[in-house]
Design a binder for this molecule. Structure first.
Ligand SMILES: [Zn+2]
Length: 292
């Protein structure tokens, strides 16, 4: 009961404008046996410190994730992460809100919550994401899950008439603006490049064809600036566009194929940044490019 109340009050506090559809969705998810809690994590990106606020249920489980470097890095780069933790017969789901970026998502809190509930709902409906391994390449599974699950989440929030579009667009706009302004490319860690790919794929698959026409110049810029990401995005489109993801077998096959593509890309990106880092010590010419 404490868990349900805690989740209720936290959700209510973060989604004051929700019209009841979100609350209804959360109730349906919990009725299917999922234990859901919304937890708030204060972060200090400069010191890479994180603090769990309040006294959420199953605190040791959440802390075990927060102790993991890869998890912390992913949370720092996100507004929120949804964790599905299985222990024996039990499944715990946590929506972990990153308060360090609250200024970015506060206006869209119900859209953000709808998005994260979507991830939990998919787990409860037999569309599991790939588990978080905690290893160096753990971000591959995180982003592969997003790439596939976001398609189903967009469809479900539309069906439930929950307004998650504003939040989705707000997340996408920094990338679009960045491309429009044609700023020089900053070398990013491999996991951050995968996050970019995920945003780009969201745009490719989520923006209606007629609206996409307006984004043509932006698409051309993305392709010339991130040719490796654009190439994989195209491959993933051929996997995901025709897939009937509501079919659980098709969903699993698409997720597996997506993971394979993203893993291969991750290896290339990680090898390239390792080479770039090694370049100064390996006697390369000082004017040779240190980044792709
Ligand atoms: Zn997501």
């Amino acid at each position: 009961m404490r868990l349900l109340l805690s989740a209720y009050f936290t959700l209510a506090a973060f989604a004051p404008a929700a019209d009841g559809s979100l609350e209804q969705w959360r109730r349906e998810i919990e009725a299917s046996g999922v234990k859901l809690a919304v937890v708030r994590v204060a972060t200090d990106p400069a010191r890479r410190e994180m603090r769990l606020l309040g006294d959420p249920p199953h605190r040791p489980i959440i802390v075990s994730y927060l102790m993991n470097d890869r998890f912390r890095a992913e949370l720092l780069g996100a507004h929120a992460l949804t964790v599905t933790h299985r222990a024996g017969e039990r499944t715990y789901s946590f929506v972990v809100l990153n308060l360090a970026r609250e200024a970015e998502w506060r206006r869209y809190a119900s859209g953000l919550m709808a998005h994260e509930l979507g991830h939990v709902w998919l787990e409860s409906q037999g569309y599991p994401g790939l588990p978080f391994s905690g290893a160096e390449d753990a971000c591959v599974a995180v982003h592969a899950n997003d790439m596939v699950q976001h398609i189903l989440i967009r469809a479900e929030t539309r069906r439930r008439q929950i307004d998650a579009v504003d939040y989705w667009l707000a997340k996408l706009m920094p990338l679009i603006q960045d491309l429009e302004e044609d700023r020089p490319r900053t070398p990013l860690p491999a996991c951050a490049e995968l996050a970019l790919l995920s945003h780009w794929l969201d745009a490719r698959l989520g923006v209606a064809a007629e609206d996409w026409l307006a984004l043509h110049p932006v698409a051309a810029r993305f392709a010339s600036r991130y040719p490796d990401l654009a190439e994989v995005a195209e491959q993933l489109e051929t996997v995901l566009r025709p897939a009937n993801l509501t079919d659980r077998d098709a969903y699993r096959a698409a997720l597996h194929a997506t993971y394979e593509h993203v893993q291969a890309l991750y290896r290339r990106l990680a090898a390239r940044s390792a080479t770039a880092q090694a370049t100064p010590e390996s006697g390369a010419r000082p004017d040779s490019p240190s980044s792709p």
